[in-house]
Design a protein around this ligand. Structure first.
Ligand SMILES: Cc1cc2nc3c(=O)[nH]c(=O)nc-3n(C[C@H](O)[C@H](O)[C@H](O)COP(=O)(O)OP(=O)(O)OC[C@H]3O[C@@H](n4cnc5c(N)ncnc54)[C@H](O)[C@@H]3O)c2cc1C
Length: 347
C-alpha cells in the first residue's frame, strides 16, 4: 500500500491564493505569522502525519480497541505515544486563545493540519476532533471559572473532550433526552443517565477526559427547551488542576463497527453510584444552543474528513494504477485486443 504523502504544496496554495490568507496576513491580525511560517507549519505537520500517525492506521484497524477490566478502553499499540507527540508538538492548540495556552493562530491554518491527520489515520484523528469541538464550546459558553479549570489542560492536549448527546431512545430527536442533573449544595450537579455512540468516550491516551453531557434539570420544561449542558470530567480536578478522584462515569461497552475499528465508540453510563459530578456550561435549559457550537465544529471537521479520506484514497488508487502496467499505449503499434475480445477473454 502506498504511504500517505501530505499535499502541502496544494494546501499552501489554497490557503495563500484562494482563501485570502495572504491578504489577512497583510492586514496584520497575526503579528508573528508570515508566509514562511505557514510553510514551516505545514511541512512539520506533514512530517508528523506521514511518519508518526499514518504508519499506525493499518495496524490500528486490524487490532481495534478493546474494553478491558469492564470499563477501561485499550487503544492499539502506538496510539498513545503518537497522541503524546501530538500534544507535545502543540498541534491541538494552534487556533486557540493564548490566554488559556493556545497559539492564537487562524483556524484556517489548523484545517489543513487536521486534514493531514485524518488522511493519515481517521480513527486516531477523531480523538483530537472531538477535543477541539469541546474546547470551542467551553470557550464560547462556560463561566470564567470553568474555563480556567478545564481549558488550559484541554488546549495543551493533556485532557481530551467528548460530546454526549445520543441516548438509546434519542438519536436525531434530542427532545427525548432523559439523562438528569440534580443540583448539589455547592453549585455543582450530579449527572445520571446513559449515552450511546460516544466517540473516544474512554481511552488510555490522556490523563483525563472532559465529557460534555446533555441532561435535564429537575425543573426542566419538556422537549429541547429543557436540555442543559454539563462538563463531567472522568477524574474530578483538584484545586491545583491535577486530576483527582475518579468520577462516577464509565464506559460500559464499545461498539463493533464496520469501519474505524481503532476509534472507541462507547456506551457511557453516568451516575450508577449516586451521580457523576459535573459543572453547568452556559445557562440552564440552554444546553442545546451551547452544544451546537460543538456540533457545528464537529460537522465542519467531519466534512474535512471526507476531503482527507478522498485524498488518501486517490493516492492509493494512483499508486496502484502506476504500479499495474497493462495494455498498450494508443499509437504504439503493439497489438491490442479490441474491447470485445477482452471481454470475451474474461468470460
Ligand atoms: C461512529 C459513530 C460515532 C458517533 N459519535 C457520537 C458522539 O460522539 N456523540 C454523540 O452524542 N453521538 C454520536 N453518534 C450518534 C449519532 O449522532 C447518531 O447516530 C445520530 O444522531 C442519529 O441518531 P440515530 O443513530 O439514533 O438514528 P435515528 O435518529 O434513529 O435515525 C435513523 C434514520 O432516520 C432518519 N430520521 C430520523 N428522524 C427523522 C425524521 N423526523 N424525519 C425523517 N427522517 C428521520 C435519519 O435521518 C436516519 O436516516 C455517533 C454515531 C456513530 C455511528
Amino acid at each position: 500500500m502506498a504511504d500517505y504523502k501530505a499535499p502541502t504544496r496544494d494546501m499552501a496554495f489554497v490557503l495563500k491564493e484562494v482563501s485570502g490568507f495572504r491578504d489577512m496576513l497583510r492586514v496584520g491580525n497575526y503579528d508573528e505569522l508570515s508566509e514562511d511560517l505557514v510553510d514551516a507549519i505545514l511541512d512539520e505537520a506533514a512530517r508528523f502525519a506521514e511518519s508518526v500517525v499514518a504508519p499506525l492506521n493499518r495496524l490500528g484497524d486490524q487490532t481495534g480497541v478493546a474494553l478491558v477490566d469492564g470499563t477501561q478502553v485499550r487503544t492499539p499499540a502506538g496510539f498513545a505515544q503518537a497522541y503524546r507527540q501530538y500534544a507535545e508538538g502543540g498541534w491541538g492548540s494552534l487556533q486557540f486563545d493564548p490566554e488559556y495556552g493556545g497559539q492564537g493562530l487562524p483556524f484556517s491554518l489548523a484545517i489543513p493540519v487536521q486534514e493531514m491527520l485524518h488522511a493519515a489515520n481517521m480513527a486516531w484523528g477523531l480523538c483530537p476532533l472531538l477535543s477541539q469541538g469541546a474546547v470551542e464550546a467551553l470557550a464560547e459558553t462556560a463561566s470564567a471559572e470553568l474555563k480556567q479549570l478545564l481549558l488550559p489542560k484541554m488546549i495543551a492536549g493533556e485532557w481530551t473532550g467528548t460530546m454526549n448527546l445520543t441516548e438509546p431512545q434519542a438519536g436525531s430527536d434530542l427532545a427525548r433526552i432523559r439523562a438528569t442533573a440534580r443540583p448539589t449544595d455547592d453549585g455543582r450537579y450530579l449527572v445520571s443517565g446513559q449515552k450511546i455512540f460516544i466517540t473516544w468516550g474512554e481511552h488510555d491516551m490522556a490523563e483525563n477526559i472532559v465529557h460534555l453531557v446533555l441532561a435535564r434539570l429537575p425543573d426542566a420544561p419538556p422537549g429541547v427547551k429543557g436540555i442543559s449542558l454539563f462538563a463531567v470530567p472522568k477524574f474530578i480536578p483538584n484545586e491545583d488542576g491535577s486530576p483527582g478522584e475518579r468520577n462516577d462515569c464509565y464506559a460500559v461497552s464499545v461498539e463493533h463497527k464496520l469501519g474505524i475499528h481503532a476509534s472507541p465508540t462507547c456506551v457511557m453510563s453516568y451516575g450508577d453510584n449516586g451521580g457523576a459530578l459535573g459543572w453547568l456550561v452556559g445557562a440552564p435549559h440552554q444546553g442545546l444552543a451551547c452544544m451546537f457550537t460543538m456540533m457545528n465544529n464537529a460537522r465542519l471537521t467531519v466534512g474535512l474528513q471526507g476531503v482527507a479520506v478522498a485524498e488518501a484514497a486517490y493516492q492509493q488508487a494512483r499508486a496502484y494504477a502506476e504500479e499495474r502496467r497493462q495494455g498498450s499505449l494508443p499509437g504504439s503499434g503493439e497489438a491490442s485486443p479490441s474491447s470485445a475480445t477482452r471481454m470475451c477473454a474474461e468470460c
